[in-house]
Design a protein around this ligand. Structure first.
Ligand code: ATP
Ligand code: PRP
Ligand code: NIO
Ligand code: MG
Length: 567
């Protein structure tokens, strides 16, 4: 008979055996995320720990990054849920053990027996909640447990956090420059780094502030809204309106039927050609394009949109779109809008808007001037910024390649460093001071100022008294002696929360829904002082350590660094 404990272990909630039940944790989204998805050296080290009888020693590792991406001064942390799903379900399958035996023939059988037994029931994971704004050097995750087990988690954890945080940050930066009122659609599936790159990008761009994706699989798996237009192939596949067989269209209220919608469109096109407010702007438009637009409208009368740049935007695409949109309007439908995918997007959007407004006025069609204008084609932060500076009439951006590949910076550079073993603080020294790790099992706090903005993040030893509201605390740069400041916080937020308690008995934080993580991200970004967020020369956010931790870092540094000998 299956025991209660057995059942709980299957649900990945071993840690709740003693505490209140928390909801079960699903398997990793990508089935390729298994205990073998790690670097070989994690296994060779695990074996050497085991051989030395050290494998059960209690180790604390920090996961952090050293520099914000994209030349900015902030990062959005993501990937936590996938890490927790991974630890909750961490167990070797027999076939995985067999494979390891085949590639590590020098390892004794006892080691594989040990691997068969392990799970993450004795591992503790504390982390900053997913979707939070974070800064260099601060541990995003603190992982504690038997050294051999935690070592095996290094590579998958870094992998799961790296791209997730990078692409969320990229999306957040695009949202910031586009502005709150613009629609942002993620179109990256075809250009992303493989299927996982694409699925992850769709999920994390949504968290970072995009409104929707074109990726249908991501829509289904994550519940992200789907959006899309049509392609040039659809437009160029039509030759003439004579191809259209079913020409009838019901009115929007369903009470009547227009028998020849094609004819209605052609009547409107001719009216537009003679409109006084559009003098000489266009002559004969491309009839194959018109056929494509009419066909799309017949298929989607409630949601008609058109890609208008296949032949000529202002002489064909926009007039053809307007003729179809006006015919739809006669039947009670409202067209969604156009997509521009080449040329000068600022200029073409303004010209298109002028065209729509002229029609609104001349034909007295309220709201026609506000018809949607979407733009795409190799957009990135810079082009959005340039468009803003020039002035434009774009309502929605479709962004693919540069967004999902994180073109300006392809990796975040997260690391996973040992900070304590058997209660002994450890640090990694480096000639390069930016690479020196901060030792000790630490707590981290965000201190807020009088105006409600975060002022500084501070790391302390776990046993130090936490910073208190209204109490002055010395915040020191971890390595540069002269950089320090007293802070009297108006609000103190502890950053690391318990997401996997192991055997500690601590309460486990629930994993939030995608929507909640997305809201958290937006709220966190809004809380930041604008000078940290600007694109050009942003102000670095201060990351500090307590006076006590500072002294300890420098004591340990001196005691670990060999004294040079000069001859
Ligand atoms: N007003 C603008 N200001 C700055 N950049 C723009 C503006 N309009 C378009 N762009 C960008 O300029 C680039 C134009 O690229 P490119 O010349 O390859 O495209 P195109 O010739 O317009 O179209 P196609 O993709 O059909 O070749 C794109 O990256 C686009 O996002
Ligand atoms: O440019 P991105 O930011 O990646 O956005 C997605 C692009 O994908 C589509 O066309 P595709 O690039 O396949 O063909 P095109 O170059 O002819 O537009 C679409 O028309 C966009 O241009
Ligand atoms: O729906 C679209 O317009 C779309 C989708 C993917 C790539 N480019 C455009
Ligand atoms: Mg393209």
């Amino acid at each position: 008979m299956e025991t209660r404990m057995g059942k709980m272990m299957k649900m990945g909630s071993i840690a709740e055996a003693n505490g209140p039940p928390a909801s079960p944790i699903a398997a990793a989204t990508n089935p390729m995320v298994t205990p073998l998805l790690t670097d070989q050296y994690q296994f060779t080290m695990a074996y050497a720990y085991w051989k030395a009888g050290k494998h059960q020693e209690r180790a604390v590792f920090d996961l952090f990054f050293r520099k914000n991406p994209f030349g900015g001064e902030y990062t959005v942390f993501c990937g936590l849920e996938e890490c927790i799903r991974f630890v909750a379900n961490f167990k070797f399958k027999e076939e995985e053990i067999s494979y390891l035996q085949s590639v590590l023939p020098e390892c004794e059988d006892g080691f594989f027996e040990y691997l068969r037994e392990i799970d993450c029931s004795d591992v503790e994971v504390h982390a900053v909640p997913e979707g939070s704004v974070v800064f260099p050097k601060i541990p995003l995750m603190r992982i504690e447990g038997p050294v051999a087990v935690v070592q095996l988690l290094e590579t998958p954890f870094v992998n799961l956090v790296n791209f997730a945080s990078l692409v969320t940050t990229n999306a957040a930066r695009h949202r910031l420059v586009a502005g709150k009122s613009k629609g942002l659609l993620e179109f990256g599936l075809r250009r992303a780094q493989g299927p996982d790159g694409a699925m992850s990008a769709s999920k994390y761009c949504y968290i970072g502030g995009f409104d929707a994706t074109s990726n249908v699989a991501a829509g289904k798996l994550f519940g992200i809204p789907l959006r899309g237009t049509h392609s040039h192939a659809f437009v160029s596949s039509f030759l003439s309106v004579n191809e259209i067989v079913g020409r009838a269209l019901q009115t929007c209220d369903g009470l009547a039927t227009c028998k020849d919608f094609v004819n209605l469109v052609q009547t409107w096109l001719s009216k537009l050609q003679h409109a006084v407010s559009l003098p000489g702007l266009f002559g004969d438009t491309n009839q194959s394009e018109l056929a494509a637009f009419i066909s799309y409208a017949l298929a989607f009368p409630q949601n008609f949109l058109a890609l208008v740049d296949t032949y000529n935007v202002m002489r064909s695409g926009v007039p053809n779109f307007c003729a179809v949109a006006l015919a739809l309007n006669d039947l009670g439908y409202k067209a969604s809008g156009i997509r521009l995918d080449s040329g000068d997007l600022a200029y073409l959007s303004i010209e298109s808007r002028n065209f729509f407004c002229a029609i609104e006025k001349e034909f007295d069609i309220p709201g026609f001037g506000k018809t949607g204008i979407a733009a795409s084609n190799d957009l990135n932060e810079e082009t959005l910024d340039a468009l803003n500076k020039q002035g434009h009439e774009i309502d929605t951006y479709g962004i693919g390649t540069n967004l999902v590949t994180c073109y300006p910076q392809p990796a975040l550079g997260c690391v996973f460093k040992l900070v304590e073993i058997n209660n002994q603080p450890r640090m990694k020294l480096s000639e390069d001071v930016t690479k020196v790790s901060i030792p000790c099992k630490k707590k981290c706090f965000r201190l807020y100022g009088r105006e409600g903005f975060p002022l500084v993040d501070i790391m302390t030893g776990v046993n130090e008294p936490p910073p208190k509201v209204g109490e002055r605390i010395l915040c020191r740069h971890p390595f540069i002696e002269s950089k320090r400041a007293y802070v009297v916080p108006h609000h103190v937020e502890e950053l690391l929360k318990c997401f996997w308690p192991g055997k500690s008995g601590e309460k486990r934080e629930e994993l939030p829904s995608l929507q909640d993580t997305r809201s958290r991200c937006s709220q966190q970004l809004q809380k930041m002082r604008l000078d940290h967020m600007r694109r050009l020369n942003p102000t670095p956010y201060k990351v500090s350590v307590s006076g006590k931790l500072y002294d300890f870092i420098h004591y340990l540094w001196l005691s670990e660094a060999p004294v040079g000998e000069l001859e």
